[in-house]
Write a protein that binds this ligand. Structure first.
Ligand code: C5P
Length: 218
């Protein structure tokens, strides 16, 4: 019997990462932050002096990505990059390299290998549609662009990074448009996914909703 999968997809800053991590902790499941793999690919390309548009070269980097996940720490070639990959610039780079079919193909097997006993919570854009289409539980977690921009703004301010809402909102909208319009694995709610709009939900409420879905189906 294969391990069960909870697939959580949705746009940037929808709170997926936080919700996915809490659900994984509650259930004692493994966790796949697929966005981190695209961010790591963008950073590795930058370090190698490879342009984000160079599909073949970026795909070669993705296929041999020297990345390790040690709990909260993320390493690239042994160097800690947990903070570095979270910058707006690497978010932008991730969404550019993620639009290249060869890059997505290069990361597919690696993502599927995260499915291990007792179970996996996978967060991203195409977990339910492409990577784990047979997932027992699929959730599409979203929130209005305004609510997401406000959350991102609060996070940045809390970290001491100066930020303004208007450019953040514009950035989110651009990234949403790119993630939704691309030809491979576009950001899309699958028919069978449960829609969870968190604009007016607390993290606890969103976590409870996903756990409810897991209890019903796993
Ligand atoms: O989730 P996160 O913001 O870290 O993802 C960064 C970018 O990586 C997204 O904007 C998206 O373009 C891309 N991505 C993707 N497929 C995934 C996860 C992330 O295309 N499964």
């Amino acid at each position: 019997v294969t391990a069960p999968v909870i697939a959580i997809d949705g746009p940037s800053a929808s709170g997926k990462g936080t919700v996915a991590a809490r659900v994984a902790t509650t259930l004692g499941y493994h966790m796949l932050d697929s966005g981190a793999l695209y961010r790591l690919t963008a950073l590795a390309a930058r370090k190698a002096g490879v342009a984000w548009e160079d599909e073949a070269a970026v795909a070669a980097i993705a296929a041999a990505l020297p990345a390790e996940f040690e709990g909260e720490r993320i390493l690239l070639s042994g160097e800690e990059v947990s903070e570095a990959i979270r910058s707006e610039e690497m978010g932008d780079g991730a969404s550019k390299v993620a639009a290249l079919p060869a890059v997505r193909a290069a990361l597919l097997a690696r993502q599927r290998a995260y499915r291990r006993w007792p179970g996996l919570v996978a967060d991203g854009r195409d977990m339910g549609s492409v990577v784990f289409p047979w997932a027992e539980c699929k959730v599409f977690l979203t929130a209005s662009a305004e609510a997401r921009a406000e959350r991102r703004h609060k996070q940045l301010i809390a970290k001491g990074v100066p930020a303004k809402i208007t450019p953040l909102l514009q950035d989110l909208r651009e990234r949403d448009a790119r993630d939704t319009a691309r030809s491979v694995a576009p950001l899309q709610k699958c028919a069978e996914a449960e829609l969870l709009d968190t604009s007016n939900l607390s993290i606890e409420q969103a976590v409870a909703a996903v756990l409810g879905c897991a209890r019903e189906r796993i």
